[in-house]
Write a protein of this length. Structure first.
Length: 697
């Protein structure tokens, strides 16, 4: 039934390899472009060609459709390719020029033969008080006038792909759309007054009015809900599968844990006690733990993770702590090592930088059980890494690794599936938590450790940078340390680096011998050296790109300057601000912006000034920027929704979550008629992994 939809796009007449390559680029496909991929690419605008008039009644601008007679062709002089090819046309009321840049004369002559009548449609412009139409969208004969689309959907395009080519392929794809069994609950569907899947897709590709393009249009709502339901169902099937895998009860004696708690320089918050109790209860049960520990910047997640890892060791198993960067891995290694003596834990470190004999020694110690807890980057789960008895995996900043790796990690436990605790310091609205972590139980840390002072946040234009530098000088004289984060340039590490180097040079002239530089292209050892000098106070100012965003802990740092703050997302600004306010000194964060500010950027900076509540900030970030941009879809494991818009369809997501839970409670193997139809839905939205898990039982 789904076969016509899963056929390659090259099966569409007129679509060859070159066009498919453009489709792949447009749709972000790394594998084959199928007919269904085109159909799920919906229009975002509508061109109305119904306005017909005479030349003497042309508007100042807009789309018009005219019936004209072709007069003379006026090609540019030879060798003057910068001058356009013009064709004069007329009706009984006046004259109009059709303008073609870089035209093929033979093609234009075939399209517009002198003396013949044509119907043309396109945008009107005025040049020296004379009307002209650059590159008409449509030119047809009177006999072909019925083929002129009066209402034309506008699709997002990519360089080299014309709307005509895409629309042509889309018409063929729509003709192949079969009627599919209904996978939605029929009484609920009737209550919503939504069309079936086929009718909804056809309606979305043939909008009759601008309102048909709105996220709240019934056809759009239907398709968004289908996609969200597929997402929730797939996540729950993965969870069902992982929970079914034989778990183990990890019950510690509590002695190692207690020694660590007594050695802490502060008391655990009520929030930490609560989260730890939830984690330990999960670990002690024979079922598999898959839990998300969500806490704002500085809420103390690492301590909870450390106590959980200590419990796994008490129970005779090993633990692994995976983090996104080498800097963070080394920092955690130092932190945990501080407690290893008092707690009697044996800690190891493994990143891409560990090579040669020291790497071999670490791997050998891990395999024979002489390492209790291994800390590192994704190198922890490379093929040659073998654990004697892996009981607990803690993944920090999980959204940077991606959902699929959770399945891949199971193989490392040698048949005994480890418990999972994943942590994020990016406060995530419930909407996003459901889409990324819908398969997990959630613990939240809602308090900051005692003694944490609020950070004074200032928003200033870049034109006042000299005042900021002067203030920085006064603070340095008082022994305060500072971060200076350089502007972020989308997908351009080179430009990022140049900006950081320029700022480093500038500040070094003002504060000789006091300014360090850290960026993503530095070798690990060089980064460590600069970070160590910053931590010790030898270099009190650290200029950096966003490599310091996640988890870097220097309590003595009390100033955070973020240059071109308008280029950063809210959650990222919040993460960066969280690097200060960790010590005794009063902390401040200065957000420098380039004028003029757009409305969205102004709103973001205003929110940063008004609140330090990470969860409120995350909700606003989702509203202002959307999900993919907020977490960075490429490296986040965040499902790339093509029909659902989380900023508009958040309420549908909660319904889809409950619906999926109910479906699996009644029909865990999707075998009844609705269950069979839902398998179609999973395939349609490429949640094949979930269907395979069903097949494997």
């Amino acid at each position: 039934m789904l076969t016509p939809l899963f056929a390659s796009a090259t099966s569409i007449k007129g679509v060859g390899d070159k066009l498919v390559a453009l489709f792949a680029k447009l749709l972000g496909r790394t594998n084959e472009v199928r007919v269904v991929d085109l159909l799920l690419h919906l229009p975002t605008g509508l061109v109305d060609r119904r306005y017909r008039c005479k030349i003497n009644a042309l508007p100042q601008q807009g789309i018009v459709t005219l019936e004209v007679t072709v007069a003379a062709h006026k090609p540019p002089p030879k060798g003057r390719s910068n001058i356009p090819y013009r064709v004069d046309v007329f009706d009984e009321t006046g004259n109009l020029s059709l303008v073609f840049f870089k035209a093929y004369p033979d093609h234009v002559k075939r399209l517009l033969p002198p003396g013949e009548v044509r119907i043309i449609s396109g945008s009107i412009e005025w040049f020296r008080n004379e009307p002209q139409m650059p590159h008409p969208d449509h030119v047809v004969t009177i006999a072909e006038s019925a083929t002129l689309p009066l209402l034309e959907p506008v699709y997002p395009l990519t360089a080299g792909l014309s709307s005509k080519l895409l629309a042509k392929a889309m018409h063929v794809a729509l003709d192949r759309l079969p009627s599919l069994p209904e996978w939605q609950d029929k009484p609920w569907l009737a209550k919503q007054a939504w069309p079936d899947f086929k009718a909804a897709l056809v309606a979305c590709h043939n909008p009759a009015a601008p309102a048909d393009l709105e996220p709240a249009n019934p056809a759009r709502l239907r398709l968004a809900y289908d996609e969200l339901l597929a997402n929730q169902l797939a996540l729950m099937l993965v969870r069902q599968h992982m929970k079914r895998a034989s778990g183990r009860a990890l019950r510690g004696t509590g002695q190692v844990r207690q020694r660590i708690i007594e050695a802490l320089p502060y008391r655990l918050t009520q929030s930490q006690h609560q989260a730890l109790a939830e984690v330990l209860a999960d670990m002690a049960s024979p079922s598999r733990m898959i839990r998300l520990l969500q806490g704002d910047v500085g809420s103390g997640k690492t301590v909870v993770a450390m106590l959980a890892l200590a419990t796994a060791v008490e129970a005779g198993a090993q633990g692994a702590l995976m983090v996104p960067t080498e800097i963070l891995a080394r920092q955690h290694f130092v932190t945990l090592n501080n407690f290893s003596t008092v707690a009697g834990l044996r800690i190891g470190l493994l990143t891409g930088r560990e090579k040669g004999q020291s790497r071999k020694d670490t791997l050998r110690s891990l395999a024979d059980g002489r390492i209790d807890i291994l800390i590192g980057t994704h190198a922890l789960f490379q093929e040659e890494v073998e654990y004697r008895d892996l009981g607990l995996v803690v993944i920090d900043e999980q959204h940077r690794f991606g959902v699929h790796q959770r399945l891949a990690l199971q193989a490392k436990a040698g048949g005994r599936v480890p418990d999972f605790l994943v942590m994020t310091a990016t406060p995530i609205p419930r909407t996003l938590a459901l889409t990324v972590y819908g398969d997990m139980d959630v613990s939240k840390l809602t308090e900051k450790p005692a003694g944490r002072e609020p950070v004074d946040t200032r928003v200033l234009p870049l034109s006042r940078i000299d005042e900021v530098v002067a203030g920085l000088g006064r603070s340095l004289n008082q022994g305060i340390r500072a971060y200076w984060v350089c502007p972020l340039v989308e997908e351009s590490e080179v430009v990022d680096l140049a900006a950081a180097e320029d700022r480093h040079l500038d500040l070094s002239k003002k504060f000789p011998g006091q300014v360090g530089l850290v960026h993503g292209r530095m070798k690990g050892a060089d980064k460590d050296k600069v970070m160590a000098a910053f931590k010790s106070g030898e270099l009190p100012v650290l200029v950096s790109t966003t490599v310091i965003e996640v988890g870097v802990d220097v309590p003595e740092a009390a100033i955070m300057v973020i240059e071109n703050a308008e280029r950063f997302g809210l959650s990222q600004l919040h993460q960066l601000r969280g690097r200060v306010g960790r010590g005794k000194a009063k902390s401040s964060c200065v957000l420098l912006y380039q004028e003029p500010l757009g409305e969205n950027a102004k709103a973001r900076l205003q929110i940063m000034r008004e609140t330090e509540d990470g969860f409120l900030i995350a909700e606003e970030d989702l509203r202002l920027r959307g999900a993919g941009e907020m977490l960075g879809t490429q490296q986040s494991g965040l499902p790339a929704f093509c029909l659902a818009n989380l900023a508009h369809h958040a309420a549908l997501l909660a319904t889809a979550h409950d619906d999926a839970a109910l479906v699996l409670a009644r029909d865990p193997h999707l075998q009844n008629p609705r269950g069979e139809a839902l398998r179609h839905l999973l395939y349609l939205f490429e949640r094949d992994e979930a269907v395979r898990l069903l097949a494997s039982g």
